[in-house]
Design a protein around this ligand. Structure first.
Ligand code: PEP
Ligand code: MG
Length: 945
């Protein structure tokens, strides 16, 4: 018989069935269940419980009913819990009450269902009143059960219960729930029961076992509820995992003023500081804290009222953090002075906190540096380098009265957007209206998550740092401010106001999740400096150290045994400087044509293109040479000591010319108006532009083909590169120029052009009487070049994969049009899993790359290989580059930090397995030798005797 249920003391059994690994235990009994089992084993005070497995949930989804044996096992486990607690389910004399909570392998906070206080009925409620002498507490708990059971299990809308409570309070003249007496709550129990009768046509079950059965089923069903599915889609959690169900003895934080309940993080989840952060409420149930409807107390203040429970709690939290080697998010309840731990899990945190905690924990010795690097994701790094509000602009906004409120800085970052007051609108406007939105609510609930994810920022007027809005925003890296109580939200009129200032739906605000400040209007943003982010710099240094390890790649791989280096694509000295400050150790692509577009250079370029003789071209080019030389000079200077790959001109010439249609229009207008001055020149220009027209310009006269048809351009470029390099060398700068020839399709092209260019290089060095290292190499962008790489490597001293063109030409998709025309449909239909222009298609394009590397290195074993297409900054593609033996990846300067981390992740993931044998053998040999010595000694002694 399948074991569907694990009791609080059955951690070993769970490990055995799951197959040993803790991850498998989590998959079997869920994150929450495994945490409870583990805490119980560690002697932490956990209310007795049992867990129904995720397998039972999956079986239920298949069968549409409980699988055979499940209910019997639940009943048996319940008996064991009764024995442990000394209470009995349904017994009026000493009733056991339980909670029934979901708990999947990966935490999905608030996305599935929970029912508390199961076991309360008219009879047990009366019994509990006798037992506790606290009728208010009992009827408050009972009405919560009827309400939760009605909404969660029976699907009755919340409002059906909120309405009668609201009316009742109004009649009595009450403002707060705390004004409700025992008698009032008892009345509400009856009112809520009547709601169920009216809505469903049957009574709230007075059989506690029926309550438990239906609650278990409701949790199973909530796995496939809309918000759970949305959440899984957003976080990439598999839909097939299923949820476990935890049935646990209720501990009551609402038994009076000696009771409390709260949630806490063992470190600050927003900043990462090593200081516990938590909130709690006296005389309340857990949901009151997270819902953000009552103003909570800071955890430190518990010390004054309940010093013993506080000390015990702090000790346990520290122990749990040490045990799990990570920041813990714990839930606790104090029932009449006795502390109970209800849950622990690795806490969600901001990107900033992720990095800080990882670095701090490694420095504290809690985890290794490698583990610290593994804990941070490329997305975390991306978030940290996201724009933030400009300081000066903030000051100006403050002066001009645009700063309207301050709340709790729940999730850092700057958000500017139009406000919407509900999740559906925020999502709709963000998706359909294609605009930046900010969702504004009094507080958020799990049903709001889709709106939050679609928004650039979230603002609430209620709730604290552990409220739902705060937790979810942190998880998704959405800037968020909560509890901005100065802001009054009028959901009916669709506006918010702070005193006189009114902001209507659709108007712009700026939300600073880092400081908690809220402004009306748009505040400009800036890019944060990486140097000021000390922990990030440390972590990336560790990432580089991993890649620099001598044997991080196995010796059997082709090429390098160290990990990847990260270079950058930079066209101008200022980009190169940024790239260096972000940690790039080379320039992998300088697109020289960008320099031709500068306003003062373009006319000379056009003159060069229009010249009908080689002399005419050379004369124009001679005027361009000094500015090109200056460009390269700046690049070499910024990259002192590091390689700089300069690509010779690549695009078709028509890109430098005026638009044909526009020219035609101008000519026609001049003719119609009878303007003659300048008409002939315009007409000639139009004819030349027409003459350049190609049906497929991307496959036409560009790249190396252009260099062969018009060698004067690249000859000028090579002269400029080497003159700049020589001048820099004379100034003491170490230059490593690498000249890259684009769009090679056959080695014959290189046979034709390369010797001419190398002669110029040699000539310049001769003229300047100086020598320095340099390389000539080729881009691999055409499948034929990849296939014939062994030949290409005869000339090319390096390869750089231009994966933008290589993807275009391998798939035959136009890189400029495919996304717009059909790629989205292809992805929706599952024809393509990922956009191949973002992530390398390993099976096709990737395999061509792999082939090219191994063939190229057959000809030239020390062939340097890199990538400079957009994929160079994509973590998945970076992993592939590591696997196939690239020396480096090159990407935009802004992505360099992400690429450094991704390169380290790839290195760690694929590091060669080190055999432990030799140590063990040595030890074994020593042991045998020692035994022999002892034997000899014994023999000697025996002989002597
Ligand atoms: C490429 O094709 O990948 C490349 C880097 O060149 P470009 O994008 O300039 O064509
Ligand atoms: Mg290209």
């Amino acid at each position: 018989m399948t074991k569907w249920v694990y009791l609080f003391n059955e951690v070993k059994e769970a490990e055995k069935v799951a197959g040993g690994s803790w991850d498998a235990v989590k998959a079997l009994v869920g994150g929450k269940g495994s945490g409870l089992l583990d805490m119980t084993r560690a002697g932490v005070p956990v209310p007795p419980f049992f867990t129904v497995t995720t397998e039972a949930c999956n079986a239920y989804q298949k069968l549409g009913k409980f699988p055979a044996g499940l209910w019997d096992q639940e009943l048996k486990a319940l008996k064991a819990v009764e024995k442990q607690t000394g209470k009995k389910f349904g017994d009026p004399k000493n009733p056991l009450l339980v909670s029934c909570r979901s708990g999947a392998k990966f935490s999905m906070p608030g996305m599935m269902d929970t029912v508390l206080n199961l076991g309360l009925t008219d009879v047990t409620a009366a019994g509990m009143v006798k037992l506790t002498g606290n009728a208010r507490f009992v009827y408050d708990s009972y009405r919560r059960l009827v309400e939760m059971f009605g909404s969660v299990v029976l699907g009755i809308p919340d409002e059906s219960f909120e309405q009668p409570l609201h009316e009742y309070k109004h009649e009595k003249g009450y403002k707060l729930d705390t004004e409700m007496t025992a008698e009032d709550w008892a009345q509400m129990v009856e009112a809520f029961k009547a709601v169920i009768r009216k809505e469903k046509g049957f009574d709230f079950p007075q059989d506690p076992y029926k309550q438990l059965e239906l609650a278990t089923e409701a949790v199973f069903k909530s796995w496939n509820g809309k918000r759970a599915i949305d959440y899984r889609n957003a976080t990439g959690i598999s839909h097939t995992l299923g949820t476990a169900v935890n049935i646990q003895t209720m501990a009551f934080g609402n038994m009076g003023d000696d009771s409390a309940t709260g949630v806490a993080f063992s470190r600050n989840p927003s900043t990462g500081d090593k200081k516990m952060m938590g909130e709690f409420l006296f005389n309340a149930q857990g949901e009151d804290v997270v819902a953000g409807i009552r103003n909570t107390n800071q955890i430190e203040t518990l010390k004054d009222r309940m010093p013993k429970a506080y000390d015990e709690f702090m000790k346990i939290a520290a122990r749990l953090e040490k045990h799990y080697k990570d920041m813990q998010d714990v839930e606790f309840t104090i029932e009449r002075g006795k502390l109970w731990m209800l849950q622990t899990r690795n806490g969600k945190r901001t990107a900033q906190a992720t990095v800080k905690m990882a670095v701090d924990m490694a420095l504290e010795g809690l985890i290794t540096k490698d583990e610290a690097v593994e804990r941070v994701t490329p997305e975390n790094v991306d978030t940290l380098l996201h724009p933030q509000f400009d300081n000066e602009a903030k000051k100006d906004a403050e002066k001009s009265g645009k700063l309207i409120a301050k709340g709790v800085n729940a999730s850092p970052g700057a958000a500017v957007g139009q406000i919407y007051f509900d999740a559906d609108m925020a999502e709709k406007m963000a998706k359909e209206g294609k605009q930046d939105t900010i969702m504004v609510r009094p507080f958020t609930k799990p049903d709001d998550v889709h709106g939050m994810i679609a928004s650039k920022g979230v603002l609430t007027s209620e709730g604290g740092a552990t409220s739902h809005a705060a937790v979810v925003a942190r998880q998704f890296g959405i800037p968020c401010v909560v509890g901005a109580s100065a802001i009054k939200i009028d959901l009916e009129k669709r506006l918010m106001n702070v005193g006189e200032i009114v902001v209507k739906e659709g108007e712009w605000i700026s939300v600073d999740g880092t400081t908690g400040l809220i402004y009306v209007g748009k505040i400009p943003v800036t890019i944060p400096s990486i140097e000021e982010q000390v922990e990030l710099m440390t972590l990336l240094k560790w990432a580089d150290e991993i890649c620099a390890r001598k044997n991080i790649r196995s010796a059997t791989d082709s090429g390098p045994t160290r990990g990847l280096q990260v270079w950058a694509n930079a066209d101008y000295p200022k980009d190169a400087q940024r790239a260096r400050s972000y940690g790039a150790v080379g320039i992998g692509l300088c697109r020289t044509e960008h320099m031709f577009f500068e306003p003062e250079r373009l006319p000379i370029v056009q003159e060069m293109i229009l010249a009908d003789s080689s002399e005419g071209r050379t004369s124009a080019l001679n005027r361009l040479l000094p500015s090109q030389r200056k460009d390269f000079d700046g690049l070499f200077e910024a990259m002192d000591g590091y390689p700089v790959i300069i690509r010779l001109i690549d695009p078709p010439l028509h890109e430098f010319m005026p638009d044909e249609e526009k020219l035609l229009e101008e000519v026609v207008t001049m003719r119609v108006k009878g303007e003659t001055a300048g008409l002939k020149a315009k007409e000639d220009l139009l004819e030349s532009v027409k003459g350049m027209h190609e049906s497929n310009p991307m496959m036409g006269l560009r790249g190396v083909r252009l260099s062969i048809v018009m060698p004067e351009i690249v000859e000028m470029q090579v002269r400029a590169i080497f003159e700049a390099a020589a001048d820099c060398t004379l100034r003491g700068i170490v230059v490593k120029p690498e000249v890259m020839i684009p769009l090679t399709g056959t080695v014959k092209e290189l046979d034709w052009i390369q010797p001419r260019l190398e002669r110029i290089a040699a000539a310049v060095m001769g003229e300047k009487k100086i020598k320095f290292e340099y390389k000539f190499g080729s881009m691999i962008e055409i499948p034929r070049a990849a296939i014939t790489a062994a030949d290409v490597a005869r000339n090319a001293e390096f390869f750089s994969f231009g994966t933008n063109d290589l993807t275009q030409m391998t798939y035959g998709y136009s890189r400029d049009d495919a996304e717009r025309n059909f790629l989205i449909t292809y992805q929706e239909q599952g024809i393509l899993l990922k956009n191949p222009f973002q992530t390398i298609d390993r099976h096709g394009v990737g395999t061509l790359m792999q082939w090219a590397i191994s063939e190229g290195r057959k000809t030239r074993p020390d062939l340097e290989v890199g990538i400079c297409g957009e994929h160079g900054g994509d973590p998945d593609s970076i992993e592939w580059c590591h696997m196939i033996g690239n020396n480096y990846v090159s990407c935009s300067p802004f992505r360099v930090p992400i690429a450094r981390l991704a390169a380290a992740h790839a290195a760690l993931k694929h590091r060669p397995v080190v055999a432990k044998k030799p140590v063990a053998k040595k030890a074994a040999v020593k042991k045998v030798a020692a035994k022999k010595v002892v034997k000899k000694a014994v023999k000697k002694v025996a002989k002597k005797k």
